[in-house]
Write a protein that binds this ligand. Sequence first.
Ligand code: 7TS
Length: 403
Amino acid sequence: MLNVRGDFPILSRMVNGHPLVYLDSAATAHKPVAVVEAERDFYVRAYANVRRGVYLLAAEATELYEAARAKVARFVGARPEEIVFTRGTTEALNLVAWGLGETRVRPRDELLVTEMEHHANLLPWQELARRRGAQLLAARITSQGELDLGDFQSKLSSRTRVVSVVHVSNVLGTINPVQEIAQWAHEVGAVVVVDAAQSVPHMPVDVGELGADLLAFSGHKMLGPTGIGVLWGRAELLAEMPPWLTGGEMIREAWIDRAVWADPPARFEGGTPPIAQAVALGSAVDYLQGIGMDRVHSHGQGLTAQALEGLRARPYVTVYGPPDPSRRGALVAFNLQGIHPHDVATLLDQEGIAIRAGHHCTQPLHRRLGIPASCRASFYLYNTPEEVEQLLAALDRVKETLG
Ligand code: 7TS
């Protein structure tokens, strides 16, 4: 059992007269004091803009910013020069779709995603397909909520330029077999992009082992601040991509009519970056590593197994996604028969329990499941088995009140 709740002051808050039970970490995670303090310390002690000043503060700020990059790199088994700081997963995926669109995608080429993508890993590819006259395909999911690997393979061809898949679905919880996917995609010469927004915060991820080419995640879902995210890319791929944001500090030389881009990662970090947020993300990485990602992962799986068992034992509940907790991330989406998810979430809130209700930015997936919306409880290292029990008991009361 992890014993970290004392590090998260917000968890002792009262909500509607009840202690907060926060079950929405898939949307965003709370911050330990160490991370808040790291951001504050940076502003109080070493703050300046990065990469431009010759004075001591600027040098210190640049050093801290680059040290954060190195920490993030180590965290996912990458090299610092392969780590681009972005505003989040959404921005990282847009950057990639833009860059690959310029270098790799021609009319009638194909892009392959899945039915379970978050809109952040769908809309950038839609836009690219529209811009370049390419075709966007989506591999189907099985009735168990896993990726239909046969369908996926049948949609791969010599026309496939990019395969972009979510590592862990933010609704189904499904962990996709990225290694296999990457191998198949590479056999047809496609570039492999991974949306790791729900995996990197919750389980050990090593980009070398995964075998993908580009991978995106967000700081705020892994105990870090908002406004900072990460794109990892193989050095040679980053080197071939043009920037999508042009301006200060991303060039080698500029004239009135043209410019020569700087090498990555600077090429993709035009303008003043989220400096303090990067430094604090480095502190979030320290915190997670201090606990150990294996322990974070097994804690999340334990809570998920408990929630799945409790939900399945209730005949009035429909659960989505794979039944085997070891094949899932730390979240469960479900519905109560005949009760709208928003009503469920509203009643739970009255008891201090925060869950998400809606389509979770996966409308095509919800359409595929034949539902307009769902409830989702998601767990992190600060949640407890008692909180899962509270959720289950509260659902019984919702059923009694509205069912
Ligand atoms: N990809 C996945 C799989 C996600 O779950 C999210 C955010 C994103 C991309 C986008 O991340 P951002 O940091 O750029 O916003 N998912 C959710 C969610 O499930 N509830 O709120 C945000």
